[in-house]
Ligand binder design. Structure first.
Ligand code: GLY
Length: 436
């Protein structure tokens, strides 16, 4: 029987574990804390940080998996796939050098520019103060300052949201320069964001359905930014505010970036290339790249996946993705996260939650929760994700909503994710932007 090593212990990795276990395989997992969903599916669970290469190496040597797959970006950045390759264990996840697509905002912007791939906003990478003030003058009131490196989503600051005016922008840019010697300053883009994740073997890309995430904690897209409160995808794998040309542009960007990464580094990008895009009145622009599945996006995509995920991972490793017919169900999905009260800044912990009677067909993915004596306890971050699937977003939303309502304890969720009202607002906003 094949053995697969999975790195990570969130809901994204629970979704990956479930997808892998649709094949008759033995699963081995590594994560810093328990995930009751993953624990139930795997033969052995190593409690270790996903960046602890020594601990993972010993575990991998004892298991000798047929291949590995990494969930979190921190494991990619730490070079876990590189370390496993030295042990002759291949991963359906990128080596660190090409993982820089996510771990260095400057690398991603420079790559697009150097290889003339359309999609960058007006931007500059600074290594010192020279020209910084002048560039802020050029951008005016609307700008974004991006620290270089992984900051758990906290390194990106946007004018109007986190930065009040040019002086605060300049001060933050200087702070980033001092910290890492590099900062990206760019134009603030107005439009609708969407995620396009592609399986990638370094040469070929296979797109997943287009998905939209909801970063803000509270209804109506208000409140602090989070890891993502929920996501939806439509039965036609499109978004109602996008045109076929928009999706094509995003898809081409992923394809060209894969090629450029190989030319730049001599290493094939193998894994999931996740483009965070924004449709603007001037076309699609890249917000940022990630070198792994999105969370919650993984849940939407993997519940729809009809093809064996094990076969896909092997095709990624063997560079034969073009020979595999990858299919997704033509259904809509809605994912809603239940999160602790106070999330994201002051989330309650160690409190019990109960999941009551769930609607038929809902998929449950555990994230930051522990199970003790048969009870579930909050661990301080997004707790449990529920995914509804249906013939329309409305049908899928009704299932996900019923599921989150079945959870009791000190938690909240966003009722508006996947509702017609919110989606229509986004469609109207794009119409107005495009002047139609
Ligand atoms: N959905 C946001 C992320 O995975 O980074």
């Amino acid at each position: 029987m094949k053995k697969v090593l999975l790195i990570g212990n969130g809901a994204r990795e629970h979704a990956m574990a479930k997808a892998l276990k649709r094949d008759d395989i033995e699963l081995y997992c590594v994560g810093p804390a328990n995930n009751p969903g993953i624990a139930e599916l795997c033969e052995e669970y190593l409690f270790a940080k996903v960046t602890d290469k020594d601990a993972i190496a010993s575990f991998a040597e004892s298991v000798r998996p047929d291949f590995a797959v990494l969930g979190p970006e921190s494991a990619v950045e730490a070079g876990v796939a590189d370390m496993l390759l030295e042990l002759e264990i291949h991963s359906a996840s990128p080596l660190a050098i090409v993982g820089r697509l996510e771990s260095s905002k400057a690398f991603a912007r420079d790559l697009l520019e150097k290889y003339q791939i359309p999609g960058n906003p007006t931007f500059k990478v600074f290594h010192d103060d020279g020209g910084l003030e002048e560039f802020f003058d050029e951008l005016g009131d609307d700008f974004v300052v991006k620290a270089d490196g992984l900051k758990g989503g906290k390194g990106v600051k946007v004018s109007g949201d986190h930065l009040n005016g040019r002086l605060e922008g300049l001060a933050y840019a200087r702070e980033c320069l001092e910290e890492s010697g590099r900062v990206v300053v760019e134009e603030k883009l107005i439009g609708q964001e969407f995620s396009l994740m592609s399986f990638c073997d370094g040469t070929h890309t296979v797109d997943m359905p287009v998905i939209q995430d909801h970063k803000r904690a509270y209804e109506g897209d208000t409140g602090p930014n989070t890891g993502g409160m929920g996501t939806y995808s439509c039965e036609n794998h499109m978004m109602p505010f996008l045109t076929a040309v928009d999706v094509k542009e995003a898809s081409e960007m992923n394809k060209h970036v894969a090629k450029a990464l190989f030319e730049e580094t001599g290493v094939y990008f193998k894994g999931v290339m996740y483009g965070g895009f924004i449709a603007t009145k001037n076309g699609v622009r890249l917000i940022e790249y990630n070198a792994r599945f999105g969370d919650p996006e993984a849940m939407n995509a993997l519940v729809l996946l009809k093809t064996s995920f094990v076969d896909i991972c092997e095709a990624i490793i063997n560079k034969t993705l073009d020979q595999l017919d990858v299919e997704f169900e033509k259904k809509a999905t809605v994912c809603k996260y239940v999160v602790p009260e106070g999330y994201p800044d002051e989330a309650v912990k160690d409190q019990k939650i109960e999941i009551g009677e769930l609607p038929e067909g809902v998929e449950v993915f555990y994230a930051s929760v522990d199970e003790r004596d048969g009870d579930l306890y909050l661990c301080g971050s997004r707790a449990v994700a529920f995914v509804g699937k249906g013939n329309s977003v409305g049908e899928a939303e009704a299932v996900a909503q019923k599921a989150v309502e079945a959870v009791s304890g000190p938690v909240f969720y966003r009722k508006d994710i996947g509702t017609q009202e919110l989606i229509s607002k986004r469609v109207e906003m794009m119409k107005e932007l495009r002047g139609i």
